[in-house]
Ligand binder design. Sequence first.
Ligand SMILES: Cc1cc2nc3c(=O)[nH]c(=O)nc-3n(C[C@H](O)[C@H](O)[C@H](O)COP(=O)(O)O)c2cc1C
Length: 278
Amino acid sequence: MKILLFYFSGTGNTWWLINEFVSRAREDHHTVDLYSIEKITNDQWSSINKFWDNADLVGFGYPIYGSTAPKIMKEFLTTVTTVHRKDSTIEKSAFVLTTMELFSGDGALALRSYLKKANLSLVYAYNFQMVSNLGIPIITYNPVSEARFAKRRARTLKKLDKVYRELLAGRKRLQNLYNPLGYFLGWIQRVGMAPVERQSWKYFGVDETRCTQCQQCVNQCPTQAIIFEDDQFTFDPSCTACFRCYNFCPAQAITIAGRSANPKRHRQHQTYIKGDYY
Ligand SMILES: Cc1cc2nc3c(=O)[nH]c(=O)nc-3n(C[C@H](O)[C@H](O)[C@H](O)COP(=O)(O)O)c2cc1C
């Protein structure tokens, strides 16, 4: 089988899951073309389009944000529809693998309408429970311990094995699609998410007393939303609310709603190595 796969991962969970999927597929001698959407350049589109025309499946991986997909993923699909594949009429089967922390009404299905516009018919969607990698000052919450995280990942891998087998065997699964409660709860979450999505950049800032101006935040931001000019950091509306800057700032200097993390209470997750997934 030929599988084309696009993913976005803010803090590493989705990157990990998608790579586990890809290693299973490659071990079974399927051909997989894998792209982190934040890194795709215009020059790559002619080869992506060639692969796409011949692909058996087109897949998408992303974290659930309030029962919807991150803005960067929705904008990516819109650009695919209106620019890169606007002349293509070839319809393909699509699948979506998402990661979440705890709950999402019908989040894995949130991209349905975007996929349809890109001539993609969704045949399989699955939402995997992972953990959050964030300890945020406005919510008293900490990342789980390494041991617990390892347990969760083992459980996720068991589910992934099943999902992989079903998907490659051509089975259809649209988790929660016909569940009115899931749809309703998802809708409520999306209503709550809408202002966060539009205004997330306004909530982020930099604590100058901690910042060492290493500019890792600037370099790691998937949407280049952090600008450093005249000794000042500003955030712009392209921010996709992934919290990567917050999670990986070596000085814990990124603030949310004006509040800095308390390093004792708001631990940073060390599970993923910076730079691996973008
Ligand atoms: C802005 C934002 C909104 C989120 N909303 C939800 C949610 O509605 N439900 C949930 O279970 N997890 C939610 N999460 C947690 C992430 O979906 C989860 O940690 C995911 O695995 C992160 O993936 P990543 O590491 O690939 O970025 C949210 C995280 C962020 C940053």
